[in-house]
Design a protein around this ligand. Sequence first.
Ligand SMILES: Nc1ncnc2c1ncn2[C@@H]1O[C@H](COP(=O)(O)OP(=O)(O)O)[C@@H](O)[C@H]1O
Ligand SMILES: [Mg+2]
Length: 286
Amino acid sequence: MSIKFKNVSYIYNPGSPLEAVGLDDLSFELEEGKFIALVGHTGSGKSTLMQHFNALLKPSSGEIEIAGYKITPETSNKGLKGLRQKVSLVFQFPEAQLFESTVLRDIEYGPKNFGFSDEEAEKVARKWLEKVGLKADVAEKSPFDLSGGQMRRVAIAGVMAYEPDIICLDEPAAGLDPQGRIEMMELFKQYQAEGHTVILVTHNMDDVADYADDVLVMEHGQLIKHDVPREVFKDRDWLFKHHLSEPHSSLFADKLGKAGFVIKQPLTINELADEIAARLKGVPHE
Ligand SMILES: Nc1ncnc2c1ncn2[C@@H]1O[C@H](COP(=O)(O)OP(=O)(O)O)[C@@H](O)[C@H]1O
Ligand SMILES: [Mg+2]
C-alpha cells in the first residue's frame, strides 16, 4: 500500500486577515513500510503536513489516500477513528500530555480508547514499557516522578502500544542527550523493522543519513525535493542555496578534501570510516 497526496493545499484562516498558506500544492507518493524523514526550516510546513496524515487537518483542496482512507476537503469527521488508530501522530514534547496517576495507566489510555479490553490494554502496556527501554518497576510510579527522557518514552509507548501502521513523530529526539537520542532512533528503526511505517520530522541530518529510506524536503509550504538521502545530500550547492545543513560525514569529508585528502562523499559516519580505512591500508601505523 502507498500514501498518496494529490495537489494538496492547506490554507490557515481562509478569507481572514490572518490567512496563511500552510501547504502549497503537494503531490507525492510514499511506500508504506519505509522510514521517511521530513525536513525543512521552521515555518516550512512540516507540522501542517504531519497533521494531514491522519486528517487532524483536512486539505483545503486536493486529495489524500492513506491506510485505505480517502481524505478530501469534504471528508466528515465521522468514521475517522479507524484512521486515527492506523495513523498516529506524536507531537513535539509529548511528555507534556501525560496525565494519569501511574505510568501503566498512561500507556493503557490509548489502547483502551481504541477498544482494547482492560486485560489486553495492560498486557500491551507492560510489553511496550519494556520495548521503549523502561524497567518494569516504573509501571506503578507516577509519570511525574520520572526524568524528562523517561517521560517521553512513556508517551511514545502509549502510542506504540496500539501499534498504528503509520507513526508520525515531530522531533521526538529534541532535547535528549546523545545516548538517549540514539536509543530513541533505534526504537523507531525497530518499529519499522516490525512492519510499520515511520515518518519523522527532524532537523538532524545525521539521523536522516543513518535511518531514512526516503526524504521529503519542505520550503514555504512546498515540497522542493523527494528523494533518497544519498541523492538529497549529494548536491551540496543545492543544500547551501536552501540553507539546509549536511550530515557530519559530508562535512568531515569536505574538510579532508580541502586539506588535500580527497575521498568519495560518504553518506554515513560508517561509510566515512570505511573509506578512510581503505585509503590508509598499507600506510605504516602503530
Ligand atoms: N495555527 C496556525 N494559524 C495560522 N498559521 C499557521 C498556523 N500554524 C502554522 N501556520 C503557518 O503555516 C506555515 C507552516 O507552519 P508549520 O507547519 O508549523 O511549519 P513547521 O512545522 O515546518 O515549522 C507557517 O507559515 C506558519 O506560520
Ligand atoms: Mg513544526
